[in-house]
Design a protein around this ligand. Structure first.
Ligand code: ASP
Length: 594
């Protein structure tokens, strides 16, 4: 129907007759001449109708915002004073000859150029309208470019795109499963995959060597922060490669993406052990653009009477750490109170601080409510260790190590953002040498990645000291966001069984849940490993969007609902009966499902 996209027209098309299809972005009547801004996925062009074209002019007069038009006309240069430098097509316009109204449109629920005034729920309810906005079009176009570049790269490296089932058994990745009742097996359920993990491992057992899939994953989590119940992974698995090889391929993939799509050459990817990342940044996904670090002062605080610090310093599970903020002495008492509330979210029971006014004047030159609890020489040693200078503020965390790390780790980012200390650009890294397990809070252990991750020790060593075991896992981090994570997998049944045992999964349960995996490991499973990238997060970073919802065409809300289709929804009694389901609580007005 069209000869060109609106946004693709330029001065090279002057004097050509073109046919365009698109939506009316704006209509203006300038005393007898009608200006229509016509929009499609490439952009906007101005079309002018004058009364000479009679019936077409009349139609142009009738159109309203978001009508769908087909216009034929001649491209011409705009007159001197009417060039619009703010518009990509601003040097030209189309003199309309024919206009066909392909469809009318009701008054839009919001003006597309005023979307910021409407709540996100209205945007999500009318998502198809929201997606007409240029910014959303650009983001989804970039997303498509990214997936195309991923496919091209992996195809070039000999990877095969193989689909794995959506209706399957639970594959644990640490979240709740979405369940689907089976009609043909009354009382039984499929689980939607939290990731294709076990299938991709089984493909390695089958000999496919290099697999990838751009895969939908489903996790029924409480949607804290920026999560979606269904999201997309670039899922990768290989056999006969060591972690160095896998890291090198996936690093090249990300480099290639940034270079092909954004024309950005990423810097080196340093490698950092998990323990070091926690010690220095309180996080296993440190944002290396921020020049602030946590410094442990436990040894010094073991020498003070001040209980708040002394207690955690003496406790092997505790930590006392300092965060020095260069130039932070300008932070007001009121702002410190706000930061205190902020760290409380992470469980911190307070936020001690010292302002450095004159470092040469000893304690006299410092300002803080906690100085009176500390001997002068301890304060002096601490100032020295931290390299404190005039104008700095030092914040402290003293609690269980995990609370201190989370709280000061989060504070580090917040303060840096508030004070404009986050440098521009890209700071990637690999985090390696993760512990195999972490405490689950009930005295047991839970996998830090997933239970199929290989430890870097023997079965005997693992069983003897599971809490001390490290894994062969690696995470790729970019600007404080985990882009992807993976590991070398367990490929021997005895090791897999040992890990299940550590996790408190006995043989019967292991057989029942993972019998197929344990069987497969008996039939010549090769050494294998892989990684998965979170595509949504990657696109978010690459487009500069602030939420993954802004790079997903039809995302769900924080309560895991789709406002447009109103899913999830009630189902009728007949459908429930067919599935052998009966609801325990039937809401008022809903069909009884007995
Ligand atoms: N399946 C893992 C995840 O989704 C990634 C991997 O180990 O490859 O987190």
């Amino acid at each position: 129907m069209r000869s060109h996209y609106c946004g693709a027209l330029s001065t090279t098309h002057i004097d050509e007759t073109v046919t365009l299809c698109g939506w009316v972005d704006r209509r203006r009547d300038h005393g007898g001449v009608i200006f229509l801004d016509l929009r499609d996925r490439q952009g906007i062009v101005q079309v002018v109708f004058d009364p000479d074209t009679e019936e077409h002019f009349e139609r142009a007069d009738r159109v309203r915002s978001e009508y769908v038009l087909r216009v034929t006309g001649r491209v011409r240069a705009r007159g001197a004073g009417t060039v619009n430098p703010a518009m990509a097509t601003g040097e030209i316009e189309v003199l309309g000859k024919e206009l066909e109204i392909l469809n009318q449109a009701a008054t839009p629920p919001f003006q597309l150029d005023e979307y910021t005034n409407v709540g996100e729920d209205v945007r999500l309810q009318y998502r198809y309208m929201d997606l007409r906005r240029q910014q959303m079009q650009e983001r989804l176009i970039l997303r498509s470019k990214i997936t195309t570049a991923v496919r091209n790269f992996l195809d070039g490296e000999g990877f095969l795109d193989i689909e794995t089932p959506i209706l399957t058994r639970a594959t644990p990745q640490g979240a709740r499963d979405y369940l689907v009742p089976s009609r043909t097996h009354p009382g039984q359920f499929f689980a939607l995959p939290q990731s294709p993990q076990l299938f991709k491992q089984l493909l390695m057992v089958s000999g496919f060597d290099r697999y990838y899939q751009i895969a939908k994953c489903f996790r029924d989590e409480d949607l804290r922060a920026d999560r979606q119940p269904e999201f997309t992974q670039i899922d990768i698995e290989t056999a006969f490669l060591e972690e160095q090889d896998i890291m090198s391929i996936t690093e090249r993939l990300v480099r290639e993406l940034f270079s092909a799509v954004l024309d950005v050459e990423l810097p080196e990817f340093p490698r950092m052990a998990y323990a070091e990342a926690m010690e220095r940044f309180g996080s296993d996904k440190p944002d290396l653009r921020i020049p602030l670090e946590l410094v442990s002062v436990d040894d010094l605080m073991q020498q003070v009477e001040f209980k708040v610090f002394r207690g955690p310093a003496d406790d092997p599970a505790g930590r006392v750490a300092a965060l020095k903020v260069t130039g932070g002495a300008t932070i007001s008492r009121k702002e410190i109170d706000t930061y205190t509330d902020y760290v409380a979210i992470y469980g911190a029971r307070g936020l001690a601080w010292i302002k450095v006014n004159d470092v040469d004047a000893g304690v006299e030159g410092l300002q803080s409510p906690i100085l009176k609890f500390m001997p002068e020489e301890i304060v002096a040693s601490m100032m020295q260790r931290l390299g404190a200078a005039n104008g700095d503020i030092i914040f402290f965390g003293a609690d269980r190590a995990d609370i201190v790390n989370e709280a000061l780790g989060a504070l580090r980012i917040k303060v840096a953002e508030d004070l404009g200390l986050v440098s521009a650009g890209w700071a990637p890294l690999w985090v390696v040498d993760f512990p195999m397990f972490e405490a689950d809070g009930d005295g047991g252990l839970t996998p830090l990645h997933h239970p199929f991750t290989a430890p870097s020790c023997s079965v005997e060593e693992l069983v003897a000291a599971p809490a001390a075991a490290l894994s062969r896992a690696y995470d790729m981090v970019l600007n404080g966001t985990e882009l992807g994570g993976g590991s070398i997998r367990i490929h021997r049944a005895e090791m897999q069984q040992a890990v299940f045992e550590v996790l408190g999964i006995d043989e019967t349960e292991a057989r029942e849940k993972f019998g197929f995996l344990l069987d497969a490991l008996q039939y010549g499973a090769p050494p294998h490993g892989g990684l998965a990238f979170g595509l949504d997060r990657l696109v978010m970073l690459m487009t500069g969007a602030s939420s993954i919802r802004d790079v997903i065409a039809f995302p769900k809300t924080q309560t895991a609902a789709c406002l447009m289709t109103e899913a999830p929804s009630d189902v009728g009694a007949a459908q429930l009966r067919e599935l052998n389901l009966r609801l325990r609580q039937v809401r008022e007005g809903q069909d009884k499902a007995q």
